[in-house]
Design a protein around this ligand. Structure first.
Ligand code: CA
Ligand code: CA
Length: 236
């Protein structure tokens, strides 16, 4: 599910109303190239303009005459407004492309009243909760890793470090499968062919998966997983 909230409005007042409501309904995304909107909460509308380059993945974002240049991998389609933390007066400006096939990219900017700061480059599906946190759901071949981000008091956007991600995908062994006692361990317990397995969790940084099958459990490398298991909803 797409989960980007955005703002559709010609006037700043209407935009504000939408932005506040859109925190919960994040499936709506309206893109702008030009907008007047009070980004820093000083009561004065700020002039936001997005100029897309001849190479359409490159852009210049100008706010009140201050410009930041950036690029995405695919054609820039516009920007939307986000309100990462409703408890602070700022709205963030997010330059966006849907990418070639659900490969969404979001470049998140913060205008502090003087300067433009790039906060983060987010990929795939972003859910702005409005409480200073957001989640980013992505795709890893047959499952969706979900990362958490949070805004610091100094308005930096940081990703929470995470070693293991829940997977919870069912599969079936296609041959005798060696489950390693730990990541990289040579000690294995064998699961026979045609057994139902549950891929429980992953350490994507090391591309290992924790698998349960019958009364056995242990780790498979990604290569072993694709070689020994079938039935996962694999897609690019
Ligand atoms: Ca302002
Ligand atoms: Ca805010």
């Amino acid at each position: 599910m797409k989960s980007v909230f955005s703002v559709a409005a010609c006037s700043a007042v209407l935009a504000l109303a939408f932005a506040v409501n859109a925190g919960a309904d994040s499936s709506r995304r309206d893109l702008h190239k030009n907008l007047k909107f009070d980004l820093d909460g000083d009561g004065k509308p700020d002039t936001i303009a997005l100029k897309i380059g001849k190479e359409e993945n490159k852009f210049q974002l100008t706010i009140n005459g201050v410009t930041a240049s950036g690029e995405l991998l695919d054609t820039v389609e516009g920007f939307y407004l986000a309100n990462i933390n409703r408890a602070d007066p700022s709205f963030e400006v997010v330059v966006y492309t849907p990418g070639p096939s659900d490969d969404d990219e979001h470049l998140v900017y913060w205008y502090d009243g003087k300067s433009i700061h790039q906060l983060a480059h987010l990929e795939r599906w972003v859910n702005y909760r409005g409480d200073g946190t957001l989640s980013v759901t992505s795709w890893a071949g047959f499952w969706q890793p979900k990362d958490e981000w949070f805004l610091t008091p100094s308005h930096e956007l940081r990703q929470k470090p995470r070693m293991f991600y829940p997977v919870n995908v069912k599969a079936t062994t296609t041959k005798a499968t060696p489950l390693h006692a730990s990541i990289g361990s040579k000690t294995v317990s064998m699961v026979p062919t045609k057994r139902t397995a549950l891929i429980v969790k992953s350490n994507p940084a090391r591309s290992w998966y924790y698998v349960k099958a019958g009364n056995k459990s242990g780790w498979l490398s990604e290569a072993e997983l694709y070689d020994h298991l079938t039935g996962m909803p694999v897609a690019d």
